[in-house]
Design a protein around this ligand. Sequence first.
Ligand code: PGA
Length: 256
Amino acid sequence: MRKNILAANWKMNTSASEGLALFNEVKSGWNADPGGNLICIIAPPSTHLSLINADSEKGIYCAGQNCSDQDNGAYTGEISAVMLKSVGADFVIIGHSERRSIFGEKNNLLKRKVDAAIRNGLFPIYCCGEQQGEREDGNQEDVVRGQLQEGLFHLSAEDFGKVIVAYEPVWAIGTGMTATPEQAQEMHSFIRTVIEENYNKEIAMDTSVLYGGSCNPANANDLFANEDVDGGLIGGASLIAGDFLQIAKSLSSSIP
Ligand code: PGA
């Protein structure tokens, strides 16, 4: 179901005590949305998940940053969706560009990770987005279409309804180079069109599509004002509680 979502991707940052303090600061500053239309998802390092307490009444949930495509077994160093679920995660980020580029994760593996998440009751936050050269060549739509097609569109309509899509142009992640509001709207609307082509309009309109890539308190208002931008996946700015909460205000004030 389409919701306004502000998600924090802490990446490989914070010690356990720093993470707990950051989480508690965000939690105490987060204003619950009475209508339940605005939710907060925090993806700390997985080592912190059992220390922090999500609060669904306040609309605050936890996520893993990645999961294995396997549920258990001899896969040294891997963390499964079963394990994430067992320590309180309800969501998991899959296919973040750092997983794709640094760890070589390809769409066919990501597809199996999406399946593992859904099989174990986690909602996938599936990331897509083009690299700088791909945008320069005008290939952003083909790239994103391929990522969605190969990683998600095998799902039944019912299971696709559990997926959140995050559009994160790789050239904007951690670079300070945000997509313009027009570029974000164009791609989000394109993503909805592709979903409609593969499922139907109702499902396309019911999918939450988040923007990620150097989103901060200064640009959040303009990004979230777009009709097809349902929220953000925030990296750097999510490590400062005040900035993250400020971005949340932009999102809640953009809800009609
Ligand atoms: P950034 O990261 O906000 O630091 O650009 C976003 C992300 O990687 O999800």
